[in-house]
Design a protein around this ligand. Structure first.
Ligand code: HEC
Length: 236
């Protein structure tokens, strides 16, 4: 084409024009397919081609997922038979499980001191109050602002007051119904919380007789005037 410079220019222009059109037309697809970019309302049904997979898929087991590594097809494994928990006494099953064989036990198996109750209060306020409320009425913030209203149990129900300590301990440990367990709370702290739940329940069941006589008098006078259930006699 040495002798036809005009033709050469025209030919180059046509090729360049075609390339430009292809480039612009293909840009959205290329952007979407190769780089995962999206423009406007366009939706893609195919996953983008991955240039860098960024370790999205890894050869590892995930909890509650199947796994081909083991013959039973499960990723979750049971501890080897005879495994004992580290740092937890195994010679006191009640301390650990709240049960004696297949019966609930009751009573706090560690010494109940003021410090233990204070610890129980602190742990309760951190772990439980969000749902059960600081006083245990089942009206914590989570209960008020989520669908849990009316679902979270009031800890002052007679049914729960009557439960053995071991059962409350187990509810904390493993959860119950819609409540998840708190296995990460230590054994001592679970019992401390049980003791504090008992204190909360006791506080609402208290009568005048539970306070020392000198304070009873103070409370009686502090009460102020109140209506009685005695009807006024019409001839008085
Ligand atoms: C995320 C909210 C939530 C938290 C936090 C929570 N609970 Fe609960 N709890 C519930 C719900 C909901 C129920 C009612 C479960 C049901 O009946 O299905 C319940 C029920 C209970 C019951 C009654 C179980 C029974 O026998 O019916 C006890 C006791 C209890 N919780 C204690 C605790 C203690 C102690 C803590 C702190 C360690 C705690 N909960 C933390 C939501 C919660």
């Amino acid at each position: 084409m040495k002798d036809f410079p005009t033709l050469k220019i025209a030919f180059t222009a046509i090729i360049a024009g075609i390339l430009l059109v292809v480039f612009i037309a293909g840009f959205r697809d290329v952007a979407a397919d190769y780089f995962g970019l999206r423009f406007g309302e366009r939706r893609f049904t195919k996953p983008p081609i991955e240039v860098f997979p960024d370790m999205d898929r890894q050869l590892k087991v995930k909890t509650q997922h199947p796994s081909a590594i083991f013959t039973d097809g499960r990723a979750d494994r049971s501890p080897v038979a005879g495994t004992v928990p580290k740092g937890i006494p195994v010679d006191n099953p009640y301390l650990l499980t709240g049960r004696f064989g297949n019966r609930w036990g009751t009573g706090i198996p560690i010494e109940v001191t003021e410090q233990l109750l204070a610890r129980g209060q602190e742990r309760y306020n951190i772990n439980c109050a969000v749902c059960h409320g600081k006083a245990g009425l089942g009206n914590g913030v989570a209960a008020q602002y989520t669908g849990l209203a009316g679902v979270v149990a009031s800890l002052h129900q007679q049914r729960i007051i009557d439960q053995p300590d071991g059962q409350i301990y187990t509810t904390i440990y493993h959860g119950k119904g819609q409540m998840l367990g708190y296995p990460h709370i230590s054994v001592e702290d679970r019992w401390a919380i049980v003791a504090y739940v008992r204190a909360l329940q006791r506080a609402r069941m208290a009568t005048l007789r539970d306070v020392p006589p000198e304070i009873q008098q103070v409370l009686l006078t502090a009460r102020g005037p109140a209506e009685t259930d005695q009807p006024v006699n019409s001839n008085q």
